[in-house]
Design a protein around this ligand. Sequence first.
Ligand SMILES: Cc1cc2nc3c(=O)[nH]c(=O)nc-3n(C[C@H](O)[C@H](O)[C@H](O)COP(=O)(O)OP(=O)(O)OC[C@H]3O[C@@H](n4cnc5c(N)ncnc54)[C@H](O)[C@@H]3O)c2cc1C
Length: 261
Amino acid sequence: MNNAASKVAVVGSGISGAVCACTLARNGISVTLFDSARGPGGRMSQRRETSEDGKEMLFDHGAPFFTVTNNDVLALVREWESGGLVAEWKVSLGSFDCVSKKFVNIQQDGMNKKYVGVPGMNSICKALCRQPGVESKFGVGVGRFEWLEDKNLWSVSGLDGQSLGQFNGAVASDKNVVSPRFRDVTGRPPPLDLTFAPDLAVKLEEIPVNPCFALMLAFSEPLSSDPSYQISYLNVLKASLGDRPTANDGYCIQLQTMQGL
Ligand SMILES: Cc1cc2nc3c(=O)[nH]c(=O)nc-3n(C[C@H](O)[C@H](O)[C@H](O)COP(=O)(O)OP(=O)(O)OC[C@H]3O[C@@H](n4cnc5c(N)ncnc54)[C@H](O)[C@@H]3O)c2cc1C
C-alpha cells in the first residue's frame, strides 16, 4: 500500500480501534474512524449522570483500570502517562469477607501497576481519536463493507445504506461486523461477508462473546473511609469505587458481573 495515497476506514473507537487509527495516522495514512456510539471509548467509556441535588456523577462503567504485561504496550502507556492521559492507580485489591465484614487477601505491593485514564477511562480513546490524520465520525454505524474488485477499494456504507466512502483499507475492531448477532440487533445482515476468508471466519467464531451487566450506584456519603481499599471482589461481582483522584470521592460504585469482560 502506498502510504501517501492511502485512506483507511477504521470501525470502532474503543481502545483497539483508537490505537489502530492513531498508529496508522502516525505512519502517514489518512484515517476515517466510525463509531455508532455518541462518543469514543467503547468498553472504556465514561458515563455522566446528574444527581437530584445537581451533583455530577461519573461512572467508568466498562474497564475500571488496566495492567500491562507486554513491553510494546508498556511503551505506549508510558507515552500516555507522560502526556497526562493515564496515571498509576495506587490501590490494593482484596476480598470482602461478609462474615467478619473485613477485607482479606489484600494484594501485596509489587504486583503489576494498575493504570486508570485521567480524568476518566475514556480520556485515552478521546485523545487518540483527535490525533492529526484521524477524522472521527461518531453516531455513524457501519452497515456494509464491500470489496470493489475493479477499483481495488473497499466501499463502506452506513446502516441506512448511504455511502460512507471508498478506502484502500478497512479495519474492523469489533467482532460483531461478522457476527450473526448483528442481524438480531439491527435486522440487517452482518456488515462483512467472510465467505472469501473461511479460515478467518472459523477463528472469529471461536472467540467467545459473553454478556455482562454493569450496575451504577451512587450514595449520599463516601463508601470507604480507607483509601487503600478501592476494589473488592464479591464472588461473581466486581465492585469498584469510583474514587480516583479525579472523580466522585467515593460516592459512586459500579458492580460488574465478572464473566465476559
Ligand atoms: C464491565 C467491564 C469491566 C472490564 N474490566 C476490565 C478491567 O478491569 N481491566 C481490563 O483490562 N479490561 C477490562 N474490561 C475489558 C476491556 O474494557 C475491553 O477488553 C476493551 O475495552 C475492548 O476494547 P475494544 O476496542 O476491543 O472493543 P470495544 O471497546 O467494544 O470497542 C468496539 C467499538 O466498536 C463500535 N462498533 C461496533 N460495531 C460497529 C459498527 N458496525 N459501526 C460502527 N461502530 C461499531 C462500538 O460502538 C464500540 O465503541 C472490562 C470490560 C467490561 C465490559
